[in-house]
Design a protein. Structure first.
Length: 83
């Protein structure tokens, strides 16, 4: 049976791993978004990246990434950034 200290160490380790994975996922999403903006909308798309890079919510970043692919125009993507 693990001691209380061992439980805390394991809990801290798990939280650290989770934060690290979240940070990696965020970075990967930002890189995908940046590439998508550039390929789909050119320099006008890249102008949005500064605001997008400030977003920490992984689910919102995923929505933006998906919107870049299906958006009719850049205005649809802008709506997700502000909202």
């Amino acid at each position: 049976m693990p001691t209380l200290a061992e439980k805390w160490i394991e809990q801290g380790f798990n939280q650290g791993m989770e934060k690290g994975m979240e940070k990696g996922a965020r970075q990967g999403l930002l890189e995908a978004i940046q590439l998508g903006l550039e390929l789909r909308f050119g320099t006008k798309g890249l102008a949005l990246y500064a605001d997008i890079s400030k977003i920490d919510d992984i689910a919102r970043l995923r929505s933006i990434k998906e919107a870049i692919v299906i958006a009719k125009d850049i205005e649809e993507v802008k709506g997700l950034i502000k909202g």
